[in-house]
Design a protein around this ligand. Structure first.
Ligand code: GLN
Length: 478
């Protein structure tokens, strides 16, 4: 097996057994990037030289018997909205095209301490708003399984890099599905962790009550390893949870015998493509054959999840993005007559159309006279969704659903009608609103050869159970 298709776990074992060096792994990724990046476009920035130097330091540590652990010497790709000191972090926006952060996100600092090596910063939808990585001011990213298709989004660059062998693993961010949906489209594993378990410090804010950082990997075991490395309390994030750490890897390999798994009927009804529905039902059968108990369940409030998500996330975005005024933060227009014009021109030039749409939508939903009708109502729906999940998790240990209603679509297909793209988030936004963990696992391909993904959701802090079930599904992938 070649270095660029090996799992993170296998690479780590080979490193520790002295069969391979970190420099060799990094060099293999760089060669692969050079070979395929022209057609895929997963990265905005790559850091070849620095990566090789860091790899040499890791190899020296191992030679001296000072290995920092299983991730020491492993290269990682990081989404362009996660700050890394001295590396350009653009959010794929003209607004931040020249931004070089003076500090690193806590999630990255934790990986750095574990010995990980930065390969580069990946492409994304501008400010993480989108589902196809077509809303990047730099270039679109293509799906490695079919170059005419999108990789999903907004962490499309991270998912495509892992799928194409350009990195063994990556970090993405998930506000309403941006780790899970691109993972499904690219045939990789993606986790949205319980809100508050991974620090948001250094993640450029989109919708603060929904934003999370999550890993994208080739296998379920890899994902659990990476998640454990980035999890932990952080004083720099006011919503970070202080909690004795149980490992996300602890239940891997325990099998699913006796677990109760629900199939939410609202998530298999209207709007779901046949190939996706069949893949979910086949995964359910596979789990049942291994001893899980499958039941159909109902969460009636889910039909309101999508509008509630788009109101809440846009409202928060309109507030978070107000800081980009060309004065203290962000792109500044070259010429302006007064302060008003400075704001107007800087923001008009700096933001792309999708970001402007969200700011307008969010400002409207928060304005006097509409606040109660839209924002307040959306918060009430959010409470109902949380309660529906709480009730269902008294009956079942986890829920199985599609990760997205269809496989990847063609580039450009949904660019003109934003509503079409929004609808594709219908399976991912409920877990986001409830703050619960959700894992996207590959489960075969459709007739066109495109990957399909299923989603597992569980109560807060149930990551270990989701990985346990995910591993049982992954084993059956053809
Ligand atoms: N596609 C969703 C949106 O556009 C989710 C984005 C995300 O999770 N960052 O809002």
């Amino acid at each position: 097996m070649s270095i660029t298709t090996m799992s993170l776990t296998a690479l780590s074992a080979a490193l520790q057994a002295g069969k391979i060096s970190s420099r060799e792994i990094v060099q293999a990724c760089i060669s692969r990037i050079q070979a395929v990046e022209g057609s895929i476009g997963a990265y905005i920035t790559t850091c070849e030289e620095a990566a090789l130097q860091t790899a040499d330091r890791s190899d020296a540590r191992r030679a001296a018997g000072e290995c920092a652990g299983p991730l020491d010497g492993i290269p990682v790709a990081v989404k362009n909205n996660i700050c890394i000191r001295d590396v350009r972090t653009t959010c794929a926006s003209r607004m931040l095209a020249d931004f070089v952060p003076p500090y690193s996100a806590t999630a990255w600092e934790r990986l750095e301490q574990a010995g990980c090596i930065l390969l580069g910063k990946t492409n994304m939808d501008e400010f993480a708003m989108g589902s196809a990585t077509e809303h990047s001011v730099f270039h679109p990213t293509r799906n490695p399984h079919d170059l005419t298709c999108v990789p999903g989004g907004s962490s499309g660059g991270s998912a495509a890099a892992v799928a194409a062998g350009e990195a063994p693993c990556a970090l993405g961010s998930d506000t309403g599905g941006s780790v899970r949906q691109p993972a499904a489209f690219c045939g990789v594993v993606g986790m949205r962790p319980t809100y508050g378990t991974v620090s948001r410090h250094g993640l450029v804010a989109f919708a603060s009550s929904l934003d999370t950082i999550g890993p994208l990997t080739r296998t379920v075991a890899d994902n659990a390893l990476l998640l454990d490395a980035i999890t932990g309390h952080d004083l720099k994030d006011g919503t970070s949870i202080r909690r004795p750490g149980g490992s996300a890897q602890r239940a891997l390999g325990m099998g699913v015998s006796g677990l109760r798994i629900g199939l939410p009927k609202e998530m298999l009804a209207q709007g779901v493509a046949d190939d996706v529905r069949i893949a979910v039902l086949q995964s359910a059968q596979r789990l049942e054959a291994q001893g899980a108990r499958i039941t159909e369940v109902s969460l009636p409030s889910l039909r309101h999840a999508l509008p509630a998500y788009y109101i809440i996330s846009s409202a928060e975005a309109s507030s978070n993005l107000a800081r980009y005024d060309g004065v203290r933060y962000g792109h500044r227009a070259a010429e302006y007559a007064d302060l008003e014009e400075l704001y107007l021109k800087s923001r008009s030039e700096g933001f792309g159309p999708e970001v402007k749409r969200r700011i307008l939508l969010g400002t409207y939903a928060l304005s006097a006279g509409y606040y109660d009708a839209y924002y307040q109502k959306a918060l009430q729906v959010r409470t109902l969704i949380k309660r529906d999940f709480e009730g269902i998790f008294n009956q079942v240990d986890a829920l199985l659903s599609p990760a997205a209603p269809t496989a990847a679509w063609r580039l450009g297909e949904k660019r003109t009608d934003p509503m079409e793209a929004y609808l594709s988030d219908m399976h991912s936004v409920p877990a986001s609103l409830a703050g619960i963990p959700a894992l996207s696992v590959p489960c075969g391909r459709n007739e066109a050869g495109l990957p399909l993904g299923v989603q597992l959701m569980g109560p807060h802090f149930s990551e270990a159970t989701l990985y346990r079930i995910g591993a049982a599904i992954e084993g059956g992938e053809g």
